[in-house]
Ligand binder design. Structure first.
Ligand SMILES: Nc1nc2c(ncn2[C@@H]2O[C@H](COP(=O)(O)OP(=O)(O)O)[C@@H](O)[C@H]2O)c(=O)[nH]1
Ligand SMILES: [Mg+2]
Length: 309
């Protein structure tokens, strides 16, 4: 199955909720004619607003979308084109700060609260990197729970990549330093660091992530090249609150939106781009090793709106 088909399948719950109702709403909007002037009616716009909020697009993005869609339909554009264009432009308006180093390892920190899918995502990313022919290492910096290191070990074996791990309770930043030293000594191309999602307090966690960042920069100048925040799509708008906190402490450069397959509220992707100004880099559409897809705004919008039902 191609990437687009897999995205479509992953988004099917959201699409079902959105597309059917959208078709009804679009059906309410009369085509402009000599007697009926162009422009969606107030009822149509209100129904659209309700639909977007229900799909977790969020208040800010929804307000922008309905205003612009109303304008465009006044100009004679059809509702579907207006909406899909405007959603795509929200994604395209977000700068992507990620960069690959000219030399030395490309270092990616993976952060986020417990249960969002960090460890799974590190496994999937490592698998992709290895498939692309990169020499890949993963680092188990979630030292808070022994089970977390064991879980990452399983993914390392599955993906066929090296792992640097330490004992439970070891200093996470020290493990990262060791991993980066090993990566440089072994001419590794890509390093993914799995971090803790919970410590004794949230303040401790943020302090630890800051320390990991500092150590990373010390070990590999210019690193981390990416800090990926893993957000669980099923959590909805609460994810945005988490995201702001992590973005401030960890210098997040992009988002991985997981569990899109398990929610009808995949509109959260739009809220992330609009409210946080962060690019969505990958989406998780299942628990298997290849259930991670690069995020493409056009494909996302197509998967949601341009299917025939
Ligand atoms: N359906 C689905 N489940 C996922 C996805 N990503 C992760 N999971 C599941 O979410 C749970 C928590 O994942 P884990 O990687 O341990 O989260 P962590 O605590 O952030 O490291 C596990 O049961 C994963 O299999 C996804 O994209 N789709
Ligand atoms: Mg984990």
């Amino acid at each position: 199955m191609g990437v687009f088909d897999r995205l479509t399948r992953g988004l099917s719950r959201t699409a079902e909720r959105l597309a059917r109702r959208f078709d009804e709403i679009a059906g309410l909007a009369p085509a402009p004619s000599a007697t009926a002037p162009a422009g969606a009616t107030v009822e149509t716009i209100e129904a659209l607003e309700e639909l977007l909020l229900g799909a977790d697009v969020g208040l800010g993005a929804t307000t922008r979308l309905v205003e612009r869609v109303a304008e465009r339909t006044k100009g004679g554009q059809d509702l579907r084109t207006a909406l899909t264009d405007e959603i795509t432009s929200i994604f395209r308006g977000v700068p992507d700060p990620s960069r690959r180093p000219a030399s030395g390892p490309y270092v990616v920190l993976v952060v986020g609260v417990n249960g969002t899918g960090k460890t799974t995502t590190v496994g999937k990313l490592a698998h992709q990197a290895r498939q692309d022919g990169r020499k890949t290492l993963i680092c188990a910096a979630d030292t808070f729970r022994a089970a977390a290191v064991d879980q990452l070990q399983v993914w390392a074996t599955r993906a066929g990549v090296e792992i640097v791990r330490a004992q439970e309770g070891a200093d996470a930043a020290a493990v990262v330093f060791d991993a980066l030293a090993a990566a440089q000594a072994r001419a590794i191309d890509t390093v993914f660091v799995d971090t803790a999602g919970r410590l004794h307090t949230r303040v401790n966690l943020m302090a630890e992530l800051e320390k990991i960042r500092r150590i990373t920069a010390k070990a590999v100048p210019g690193a981390p090249h990416d800090v990926l925040l893993v957000l669980d799509a099923t959590v909805g708008q609460n994810g945005l609150v988490q995201a702001r906190e992590f973005a401030a402490a960890a210098g997040v450069t992009g988002v991985v939106l997981t569990k899109l397959d398990g929610t009808a509220k995949g509109g959260i992707a739009v809220a992330i781009a609009h409210d946080l100004g962060l690019p969505i880099r990958f989406v998780g559409v299942g628990e298997s090793i290849d259930d991670l897809l690069p995020f493409d705004p056009g494909a996302y919008v197509d998967a949601l709106f341009t299917r025939s039902w």
